[in-house]
Design a protein around this ligand. Structure first.
Ligand SMILES: Nc1ncnc2c1ncn2[C@@H]1O[C@H](COP(=O)(O)OP(=O)(O)OP(=O)(O)O)[C@@H](O)[C@H]1O
Ligand SMILES: [Mg+2]
Length: 239
């Protein structure tokens, strides 16, 4: 398929614990289309984070190929992976990972400094991203002066500010209550549709997964189900 954002073939990740082999990923293959919102679902220890970390170029696989944003990254060294991540991917973390001494604009603008962008343009882009997540009134707030949901909105804005082709999120609402979780999921769904960004989200929660266009279920490092939610997509288009 020419229009894949991510293409994974026969991916294995084997950890050695003493003499014991842990097959965290045991032969996984799939393609993700550009602009698709995919949920990777499985119970604890099924291999979700291992898969996400490899797709995002945070960890190298034991075996297999990963083509993402047009690049084969499976043999990249650390320096190449850093460059790849800076240019192509955004991350949303469960624990937000905001810097406590910085306010919302500074946190969101931070990734742009690595691109050598001047300060006024960084601020302009950060403000636009914060507006996109509905935080225009909180731009001067530090993380401790915001709720968990607001902090995660900052986290989303920080991922968006780079205008990445692909965003990875590992349990992005794991620390939030159910109402805020719904709001954040709807927001993520909305912004990736508008920006035509590919979003890959890991969760153990079936309800959260139902916000995605496609659900890939994994168990013991293998795909056990792959469901495209065409009906859901059509409904959205009609609205
Ligand atoms: N660095 C490591 N060294 C050894 N084993 C590991 C390592 N990382 C993960 N594993 C093992 O690989 C398997 C998959 O782990 P992974 O973190 O991908 O699970 P997960 O689906 O993300 O679980 P959770 O929902 O609890 O976050 C588990 O059996 C885990 O113990
Ligand atoms: Mg995990």
């Amino acid at each position: 398929m020419g229009d894949s954002a991510i293409s994974v073939k026969q991916l294995y990740k084997i950890f050695l614990l003493g003499k014991e082999k842990v097959r965290a990923l045991n032969g996984v293959s799939f393609d993700i289309e550009k602009g698709q919102f995919v949920a990777i679902v499985g119970t604890s220890g099924s291999g979700k984070s291992t898969l996400l970390n490899m797709l995002a170029g945070l960890e190298a696989p034991t075996k297999g190929t990963i083509k993402i944003a047009g690049e084969n990254i499976e043999h990249y060294n650390e320096r190449q992976l850093v460059k790849f991540r800076r240019n192509h991917v955004g991350f949303i973390f469960q624990s937000y990972n905001l810097l406590p001494t910085m306010d919302a604009v500074e946190n969101v603008a931070l990734p742009l400094t690595f691109r050598g962008m001047d300060k006024s343009l960084r601020e302009k882009k950060a403000l636009k991203a914060l507006k996109m997540v509905g935080l225009q009134k909180y731009i001067k707030h530090r993380p401790t002066e915001m709720s968990g949901g607001q902090q995660q909105r900052v986290g989303i804005a920080r991922a968006l500010v780079l205008e990445p082709e692909i965003i990875f999120a590992d349990e992005p609402t794991g620390n939030l209550d159910s109402v805020t979780t719904e709001e954040i999921l709807k927001l993520m769904q909305d912004v990736v549709r508008k920006n035509k960004t590919t979003l890959v989200m890991v969760t153990h929660d079936n309800h959260l997964a139902s916000f995605a266009d496609r659900i890939i279920r994994i168990k013991d490092g293998k795909i056990i189900n792959d469901e495209k939610r065409e009906q859901f997509k059509k409904n959205e288009e009609v609205c």
